[in-house]
Design a protein around this ligand. Structure first.
Ligand code: PMP
Length: 432
């Protein structure tokens, strides 16, 4: 008998680390190394403890994950409910969740919108892109430059290629609306145009309502002859302005014009349900009948990929959205989060400006006012890749290489250290 060959996987090459979670791994390694230091080591103290400003997940003022008190309360009630079981949900999810999620996003429940509960925002993007590829023959997705680094990965997984539209000017820290508009107006027919309706990740800079209206008119004017597909990725409703309605204004404007919008709706950040994978995909159709057809195709796709979505997060979200008292209490929780983020933005800007003024060798022309102009979970600081590398190597402060800081990782105990380290990086990191 020939020697058996069990090395069927030996030709598999190692894949690249994820742009965000790869840095989390580096942070975790640095933390383990710091914890293992002997107490008399010069870097053993809290001033050298690694700090993560990487992932967009809310942290409380002690740097700890925060279960929203309203969510905690609902979970307690669920734990005591004899009616609750662990049966499969329907393929398109918890039926009562879908109209509640629609109401939150669109301000109304609408039977001409095909909706399915999916694996949070990422799952909504994947199911949405796959649907558009298969049923509308879409082959290209246009994303803002810059955007969430996972957008191209999800598109590739759905068989869709990616192009970019200009979005942000690093020199002036502002949105390049005219260039964005121009690029979208020249996009080929049937291109999916991905837009962040609020709290743009990573820049924290959104379009004004006036600009959204101009963009919507562009989609309208192309609809007759060379339609584009407007796709909103809404992962931060409530985080930009602190107001759920205002943050949905762009989506609702497109809807009011009757545009065939698609929305990926995530509950990860707004309800702190990150690991529960709670989200919805919505597609606005022109009739109830068409919406039923679209839902049936979403169902077939979901059944073939992961069968049906998880129940826990959707039950929490439904309780929270459909009970008036719980809804009000959630608004309070949201306010707690957005107020803390706002105060940390101010503290970071002031901390950097103070350190810059105090250190004679700091370049005074570097400006930081954009930190407080930007909104949402992140600040796009303008730090260069070299400065980011310097921050992790010299100060054990981790952020993504594009200079994006998760404001949620800041708290009163670390913001001064981070501010001073940033100014040190500006002075001493190698120049581009
Ligand atoms: N879109 C954007 C812009 C995001 O920032 C995120 C989360 N970082 C997502 C989608 C997806 O998040 P989730 O799958 O956890 O809902």
């Amino acid at each position: 008998m020939a020697t058996p060959n069990f090395e069927i996987f030996s030709k598999v090459e190692r894949g690249p680390p994820d742009a965000v979670f790869g840095i989390v791994d580096q942070f975790n390694k640095a933390t383990a190394a710091w914890k293992a230091l002997p107490p008399d080591h010069p870097e053993a103290g809290p001033d050298h403890k690694p700090i993560s400003l990487v992932v967009g997940a809310y942290r409380d003022e002690n740097g700890k994950p925060w279960v929203l008190p309203t969510v905690r309360q609902i979970e307690k009630e669920m734990a005591e409910s004899p009616a609750l079981d662990h049966e499969y949900l329907k393929i398109t999810g918890l039926p009562e969740f879908l109209p509640a999620a629609q109401k939150l996003m669109f301000g109304v429940k609408d039977e001409t919108i095909a909706s399915a509960q999916v694996l949070s925002g990422t799952g909504a993007l994947y199911v949405g892109f796959s649907f558009l590829h298969k049923h509308l023959g879409c082959t290209t997705l246009m994303i803002p430059d810059p955007t969430w680094p996972n957008h191209p990965n999800v598109a590739a997984a759905a068989g869709i290629s990616v192009t970019k539209y200009p979005y942000y000017d690093r020199k002036t820290n502002s949105v390049l609306f005219d260039q964005m508009y121009d690029a979208i107006s020249k996009a080929e027919t049937n291109t999916i145009i991905l837009m962040h309706p609020c709290a743009h990740n990573p820049t924290g800079m959104d379009l004004t309502m006036d600009q959204w209206e101009k963009l919507a008119s562009l989609f309208q004017s192309r609809a007759a002859t060379s339609p584009l597909i407007p796709f909103f990725d809404c992962a931060y409703q409530g985080y930009a302005s602190g107001d759920l309605e205002l943050d949905a204004a762009a989506v609702r404007h497109f809807l009011a014009l009757g545009l065939p919008i698609i929305v990926a709706q995530s509950f990860s950040k707004t309800m702190g349900l990150y690991g529960e994978r709670c989200g919805c995909l919505h597609l606005k159709c022109t009739s109830k009948d068409i919406a039923t057809n679209v839902t049936s195709q979403l169902s077939s796709f979901i059944r073939a990929t992961y069968s049906n979505p998880p129940g826990h997060g959707a039950r929490i979200a439904t309780a929270l959205l459909t009970d008036e008292t719980k809804y009000k209490s959630w608004l309070n929780d949201l306010k707690t989060m957005t107020d803390r983020l706002k105060s940390m933005r101010t503290a970071l800007r002031e901390g950097i400006e103070k350190a810059q003024a105090e250190l004679p060798e700091a370049p005074k022309e570097r400006k930081w006012d954009h930190i407080t102009t930007q909104r949402g979970m992140f600040s796009f600081t303008g730090l260069t890749p070299q400065e980011c590398k310097y921050l992790s190597e010299k100060h054990h402060i981790f952020l993504t290489g594009n200079g994006r800081v998760s404001i949620a990782g800041l708290n009163p105990s670390n913001v001064e250290r981070v501010s001073r380290a940033i100014v040190d990086a500006v002075i001493h990191a190698p120049k581009e």
